[in-house]
Design a binder for this molecule. Structure first.
Ligand code: PRP
Ligand code: MN
Ligand code: MG
Length: 178
């Protein structure tokens, strides 16, 4: 696996430090209020696990799995729900937890889908965002790191389902995907 990575972009310590900062902001912003964290499978598993444990807020957790229709590896913006939330979110404060906002198409669709269900609020927290890759504007309340539009893997992010279990975020060597 070592030969497949070109560089380490974010170390385990950098990720954990930033998640603790975001958790402190979330704790302050939602103090005394209801909070439901919604993780987007599968990429968000690591962020959700570490962010949730850094919170002092007694937040609840639920999960969705979505899949982009369309050919190729890029999301098309047409999204299909593979696993929906277990519970109704009417009147709830929902915080979507993601690993990355790339084109923004997944989050844009998901945010409007959840908003149509009558929640009190829907906000987004993402570890990574690629501003240069944005195809639609998505308002993200909590961003860990803005990064260049390189192919990154690790800490939940996959290439063909691999590398999700790396504890850091790295760039993939071109020979792996070319
Ligand atoms: C990835 C990532 C985000 C989405 C971002 O998920 O985890 O959910 O793509 O891309 P976008 O901003 O261009 O829509 P993916 O569909 O690869 O599924 P996964 O989380 O199971 O890897
Ligand atoms: Mn995902
Ligand atoms: Mg993926």
């Amino acid at each position: 696996m070592g030969d497949d990575l070109a560089s380490v972009m974010l170390t385990e310590a950098q990720i954990q430090d930033r998640l603790r900062e975001l958790a402190a902001e979330i704790d302050a912003d939602y103090a005394g209020q209801d909070l439901l964290l919604v993780g987007v499978l599968k990429g968000a598993v690591m962020v959700m696990a570490d962010l949730a444990r850094a919170l002092h807020h007694p937040a609840e957790m639920d999960w969705m799995a979505v899949s982009s229709y369309g050919s190729g590896t890029k999301s098309s913006g047409v999204v299909r729900i593979l696993k929906d939330l277990d519970r109704d979110i009417t009147g709830r404060n929902v915080l979507i937890v993601e690993d990355i906002v790339d084109s923004g198409l997944t989050l844009s669709w998901l945010q409007s889908n959840l908003r149509s269900r009558g929640p009190a609020s829907v906000s987004i927290c993402t570890l990574l965002r690629k501003p240069a890759a944005a195809k639609v504007e998505v308002e993200v309340r909590y961003v860990g790191f803005d990064i260049d539009p390189e192919f990154v893997v690790g800490y939940g992010l996959d290439y063909a389902e691999k590398y999700r279990n790396l504890p850091f975020v790295g760039t993939l060597a071109p020979h792996v995907y070319s």
